[in-house]
Design a protein around this ligand. Structure first.
Ligand SMILES: Cc1ncc(COP(=O)(O)O)c(C=O)c1O
Length: 386
């Protein structure tokens, strides 16, 4: 059966060039980078080359890149590190209610440890007002953590402007750039960033590897203690094939990003327009223009997103909802709720996210099955007034 994958925001297929680089690493560059002999030094070279490629992609220096096990670890390190660095009770963190759980749950943990958290609101497009960030800063603020683009609705935040505010106030500024690195331009200097989280599997690299950028001079203590790897900051024998894969993914992204962003924007806009034209009682979630080139998030009034998702899956289309279905309840997306959507619209949402292997045919395929699925579900929905 034909299958169309439109869930690139959840994870991307691994690029064949990345697989080739990783296979070479597994087969031929298997030494321990800490060993002084030739086998070890080959692996060390591979790790440092990958670091250079990733640094280049985000405008950083190689010694500002620390490899981690992924975006979640990078977010944990950024927040826990900033709090630990200040070493004062009652540290204050500024973030938003639409962050990924890797940030929200870390904040929850830090709150239990005595930190206070301010969640600056977002507007109906999921956008933060930099002025709200400025007003939230107190002498106790140790870090501002605001994601670059949201994983559910794709809204891109005014990061450079917020970074300027943080710098003026002398507060560390972190962004979770897991959804943007390799997809749209990210430059740590232009964006006035101190700390930035990256995950490989969102840019056609392997899962279980990512990185934290920490600007030189930013005092973030080591996160994993043990051997002296990652400049004594994140111990453990390096995941060399994973790091090589991330480096290769960064190199390929640098080459392909501009063309891909233009191509995906066209697919995105065509799908948005077709859905809004063809299916009544639908609305686009997220910012109409300041959104990721590959993100389409729509609410279909009177139906559960989860139900459409399952119907589309049977038709061979893989998409996502923001809602988490449990046996007893259907929890609405925290992102859409924070944007002010009522629960019934927040639960009626579906996210389509495009990527490298998405085509016009995929959009046509979705448009064949989606209207039918929605009208079938509406026909049996108790929410539709009959
Ligand atoms: C915005 C954002 N942050 C963090 C993560 C977590 O990254 P990882 O899966 O590498 O731990 C994700 C992945 O879904 C994400 O979308």
């Amino acid at each position: 059966m034909k299958r169309v994958y439109l869930d690139y925001a959840a994870t991307t297929p691994t690029h064949p060039g990345v697989i080739a680089a990783m296979l070479h690493s597994f087969q031929d560059v298997w030494g321990n980078p800490s060993s002084v002999h030739a086998c070890g030094q080959e692996a060390r070279t591979a790790v440092e080359e990958a670091r250079e490629k990733l640094a280049h992609l985000v405008g950083a220096q190689p010694d500002e890149i620390y490899f981690t096990s992924g975006g979640t670890e990078a977010d944990n390190w950024a927040l826990k590190g900033a709090v630990a660095a200040r070493h004062e009770p009652g540290s204050h963190i500024i973030t938003t209610p639409i962050e990924h759980h890797a940030v929200l749950e870390t904040c929850e943990f830090l709150k239990e440890q005595g930190c206070s958290i301010t969640f600056v609101p977002v507007d109906r497009y999921g956008m933060v007002d930099p002025d709200d960030v400025r007003k939230a800063i107190t002498p106790k603020t140790v870090i501002i953590s605001i994601m670059h683009a949201n994983n559910e609705v794709g809204t891109i935040q005014p990061i450079a402007e917020i970074g300027k505010i943080a710098r003026t106030a002398g507060v560390y500024f972190h962004t979770d750039a897991v959804q943007t690195v390799g997809h749209i331009p990210v430059d740590v200097n232009q964006m006035n960033l101190d700390i930035l989280s990256i995950s490989a599997h969102k840019l056609y690299g392997p899962k279980g590897i990512g990185a934290l950028y920490i600007r030189r001079g930013t005092k973030i203590p080591p996160f994993v203690h043990g051997g002296g790897q990652e400049r004594h900051s994140r111990a453990g024998t390096e995941n060399v094939p994973g790091i090589v894969g991330l480096g290769k993914a960064a190199e390929l992204a640098q080459e392909e990003m501009d063309g891909e962003a233009r191509r995906l924007t066209m697919l995105r806009d065509r799908l948005i327009k077709s859905i809004l034209d063809k299916i009544e009682h639908t609305c686009l979630n997220g910012h109409p223009t300041r959104r990721l080139p590959n993100n389409v998030n729509v609410s279909f009034r009177y139906v559960e997103g989860e139900a459409i998702c399952l119907n589309l899956d049977l038709a061979g289309v893989c998409v996502a909802t923001g809602s988490a279905c449990s046996s007893t309840s259907m929890e609405a997306s925290h992102v859409l709720t924070a944007m002010g959507l009522p629960p019934e619209l927040a639960r009626a949402s579906l996210r389509f996210s495009f990527g490298k292997w998405s085509t016009e045919d995929d959009v046509d395929f979705v448009l064949q099955s989606l209207p039918k699925a929605v009208s079938r579900l509406r026909a049996i929905s108790p929410l539709v007034k009959k």
